[in-house]
Write a protein that binds this ligand. Structure first.
Ligand SMILES: [Zn+2]
Length: 207
């Protein structure tokens, strides 16, 4: 099984990556993206690729349990986080990870979670139907040991602390997912819009 076996997903996948890369959400080859293929495999970006110029050559197949299917391909160091999310819930169809400036800064100053209310854009998130609801996004401490970080995320998921389809890593960025690439994309765009609003609010104290 190779990425070329899934041309429709690859085309959609590369379009989203390039779009997010051009928005400045994956600078310096940061960020990583994946899409479920079946019960135990996903497409995932190779390590160190320019997301704004992503092509099928920058993608590889990964088994949730055993990792890269082609031993010559190296996926991101953050691959364990993607694999854990797919294994936690069969309904996770795509996982998108961005490093925007707003997410990076806000996640350093909000403690264990970021709470948002009052924004219409909250409704971009699955199961949120009103601006009056409170959206709580967990924030995990950054860690270079991605297996340890993935275990902490797994524990939080099982404890019901991941009520919205995303979380932040402090000083690092956003992870968001959805039932498919379209929904995951909408979630990233919704989260990133909300982060930009929060980060600009202190600048708009009108007289
Ligand atoms: Zn990252």
């Amino acid at each position: 099984m190779t990425p070329a076996d899934h041309p429709d997903i690859v085309e959609q996948f590369c379009g989203i990556c390039c779009d997010f890369g051009e928005r400045g959400w994956c600078r310096a080859t940061s960020g990583n993206f994946s899409a479920r293929i079946d019960d135990c495999h996903c497409l995932i970006t190779k390590s160190g690729r320019n997301k704004a110029r992503l092509t099928i050559e920058d993608l590889m197949m990964c088994n949730f349990d055993t990792g890269a299917m082609d031993p010559d391909c190296k996926s991101s160091a953050e691959t364990p986080l993607h694999m854990h999310l797919y294994q936690l819930d069969d309904a996770v169809g795509a996982v998108l990870h961005t490093h925007s400036v707003a997410a990076t800064v806000l996640s350093r100053h909000a403690g264990d979670s970021l709470s948002i209310t009052g924004y219409e854009m909250q409704k971009a998130l699955h199961n949120i139907s009103s601006h009056e609801e409170n959206v709580t996004i967990p924030i995990f401490k950054n860690d270079q040991d991605m297996n340890a970080l993935a275990e902490r995320v797994t524990t939080a998921w099982r404890d019901g602390r991941l009520a919205v389809p995303g979380f932040l890593i402090a000083g690092h960025g956003l992870y968001a997912w959805g039932k498919d690439l379209d929904e995951a994309r909408r979630h990233v765009e919704g989260f990133e819009f909300l982060f930009e609003c929060l980060w600009q609010e202190p600048l708009t104290k009108l007289p």
